[in-house]
Design a protein around this ligand. Structure first.
Ligand SMILES: Nc1ncnc2c1ncn2[C@@H]1O[C@H](COP(=O)(O)OP(=O)(O)O)[C@@H](O)[C@H]1O
Ligand SMILES: [Mg+2]
Length: 254
């Protein structure tokens, strides 16, 4: 087996007396899509926040690209190539697509010795990145506030791929999207993974997990209750793991 992109080893998290995570162990490879499933309160969001630098684990070890890793802030995780995509939170809605894509990385050229933004060069680069990914946005000069939730997600994901991202975390990304936008979002996840990027997606919708994921990891009461290739399980079996009716359908952990 090739080296995992992200390796979580015995991750525990206590909130005061509440043991939200009681020793979670699983890994994700490059280009792999893992659907993280579990009932409300199982610990999914806590786990994602730990990976993305929003929360410190109480104990446990994380390896990222084979090296010990602990992001102390979302910015630190992002700098390492780990990004969390929310519905629309991380785009600036009052500026256009190009400005969002280049936020903090603007291309400048000199006019009479003074650096000015090279809008044409940036627009060309964004247009190419989006075209390469098969994403169509009506106007790159439209303020992001005029774009749909699905288009915003597409821009975020493409921006992430463009700047060398390695792992994307999506916590219930399609909750506010319609059927067609969700379908495009799922397609995009496969495209992102095809470029070698790892994807962890939390979803409540079983059908989405089976549509998009290579592997399903079930968290139940703070522990991994199942870790199975999607092709080797069924929605009924996964529901059993979520509710605890069937005991662990594990088998792909090692
Ligand atoms: N900030 C917090 N303070 C105290 N308890 C929390 C906090 N966040 C989550 N929990 C508890 O930790 C457990 C796991 O929550 P969470 O990770 O949000 O689960 P999930 O995302 O699977 O619904 C739950 O029992 C929840 O009530
Ligand atoms: Mg949650």
């Amino acid at each position: 087996m090739t080296e995992a992109l992200l390796d979580l080893q015995d991750i525990r998290k206590n909130y005061g007396a509440i043991e939200a995570l009681k020793g979670v162990t699983f890994s994700i490879g490059m280009g792999e899509v893992v659907a993280l499933l579990g009932d409300n309160g199982a610990g999914k969001s806590t786990l994602v926040k730990i990976i993305s630098g929003g929360l410190e684990p109480t104990s446990g070890r994380i390896l990222f690209e084979g090296k010990p890793f602990l992001a102390r802030s979302p910015a630190e995780a992002k700098a390492a190539g780990i990004e969390t995509v929310y519905q629309d939170l991380s785009l600036c809605t009052n500026v256009d697509v190009v400005a969002n894509f280049f936020m903090g990385r603007e291309i400048t050229r000199k006019v009479l010795g003074i650096p000015v933004l090279d809008e044409r060069a940036m627009e060309r680069e964004v247009a190419k990145a989006l075209a390469d990914a098969g994403t169509r946005i009506p106007s790159l000069r439209a303020n992001v506030e005029h774009l749909s939730g699905g288009q915003r997600q597409a821009i975020e994901l493409n921006r992430f791929v463009h700047w060398g991202g390695k792992l994307v975390l999506l916590d219930e990304p399609f909750a506010a999207l319609g059927v067609e936008q969700t379908r495009r979002g799922l397609d995009m996840i496969r495209q992102v993974a095809a470029q070698g990027i790892g994807v962890i997606i939390i979803t409540h919708i079983m059908q989405q997990a089976f549509q998009v994921a290579d592997r399903i990891v079930v968290i139940r009461q703070g522990v991994v209750a199942g870790d199975v290739p999607t092709s080797k399980t069924s929605p009924d079996a996964v529901i059993g793991m979520i509710t605890g009716e069937t005991l662990a359908g594990t088998g792909s952990a090692g």
